[in-house]
Ligand binder design. Structure first.
Ligand code: CP
Ligand code: NVA
Length: 320
């Protein structure tokens, strides 16, 4: 009998499974590039529930499930009875009778947990206030592909995913938000070397940090000094100052995040040929400059594309 699995956090997969997902995501990228059909999940129905806005998550999931041969049902904030107070436990049980999987983007992480508890089909976290695992899955694919390109001749064998991901050192600069928390999970799970620079009172989630430090062989350092975090590192990530739901704090955040903008000067202190990631949407001139996001170090467009491939790999894994 198949037991359903959920993907609410990177800790819902093992290190081996995470590596397999990254490898399969790269295969799927290649298949699409070659225009090879890959309808591996015909007839599967995926519900996409959005309690927050989205561009990438919505479009990449909808295209992913269609290209795998299935179909997506998209529910925005005001499209379902959830917006009028129908309990999650009722919604989840009903939707699971129509669909083979449910992706949920929402505020409190407990809301996806409740969906998962009551749904008899896999539930995917499409972003909560705490975590954004689908994005970091695509980010890991992006880093792997970048390292692999540099490490091999076109004809040579692709390097092992785990060794490639461990061969570089990572930095996070900015808010200790859902993205920062998920990078911490990745570092714990895969044994990565990650330094985070976050202003005082904007640190990552303490429980996520403790769990990742306990679980992994990774080295996770926290500082308030952006230069210290970035010095000599190969992969630099940042994100908006005010995540969805925090928009009214923007003025206070602009003051607190002075000195945390990923600009050319900060980038120059990283390792030579360092690369820059940003999950988007970006606010140029706040957390990142136009020069950096549009510059040669930026992998952000490939990173955004990889949401499609990584989520196909995830759907193949979750929806038998
Ligand atoms: N990165 C990301 O999740 O983008 P959207 O908010 O547009 O889905
Ligand atoms: N941290 C951001 C990510 C957006 C994809 C937010 O939660 O709004």
């Amino acid at each position: 009998m198949h037991t359903k699995r959920d993907f609410l956090s990177l800790f819902d997969v093992s290190d081996v499974e995470l590596v397999q997902l990254v490898r399969r995501a790269e295969e799927l990228r290649f298949l699409r590039q070659m225009r090879e059909p890959h309808k591996t999940r015909p007839g599967r129905m995926l519900a996409l529930v959005f309690e927050k806005a989205s561009t990438r998550t919505r479009v990449s999931f909808e295209v992913a499930v269609a290209e795998l041969g299935g179909h997506a049902v998209v529910l925005g904030r005001n499209d379902s009875q959830l917006g009028r107070g129908e309990p999650i436990k009722d919604t989840a049980r009903v939707m699971a009778r129509y669909c083979h999987g449910i992706m949920v983007r929402t505020f409190g992480h407990d809301r996806v947990g409740e969906f998962a508890r009551y749904s008899s089909v896999p539930v995917i976290n499409g972003l909560t206030d705490l975590l954004h695992p689908c994005q970091v899955l695509a980010d890991l694919q992006t880093v792997y592909a970048h390292v692999a390109r540099g490490a091999t001749s076109p004809a040579g064998p692709a390097p092992d995913v785990l060794s490639a991901l461990r061969s570089v050192r990572y930095a996070w600069v900015g808010d200790g938000n859902n993205m920062a928390n998920t990078w911490i999970e990745a570092a714990g799970l895969l044994g990565l070397d990650l330094a985070l620079a976050c202003p005082k009172s904007f640190e990552p989630n303490a429980e996520v940090l403790t769990r990742a430090r306990r679980t992994g062989q990774g080295k996770i350092q926290l500082t308030q000094d952006a230069r210290e975090a970035v010095a000599g590192r190969h992969v630099l990530s940042t994100d908006v100052l005010a995540s969805m739901g925090k928009e009214d704090e923007i003025e206070a955040r602009r003051r607190a995040f002075a000195g945390y903008c990923l600009d050319g000067k900060l980038l120059a202190t990283a390792a030579p040929a360092a690369v820059v990631l940003h999950c988007l949407p970006a606010h140029r001139g706040e957390e990142i400059t136009d020069e950096v996001i549009e510059g040669p170090s930026s992998l952000v467009w490939q990173q955004a594309e990889n949401r499609l491939h990584a989520q196909k790999a995830l759907l193949e894994w979750l929806l038998p």
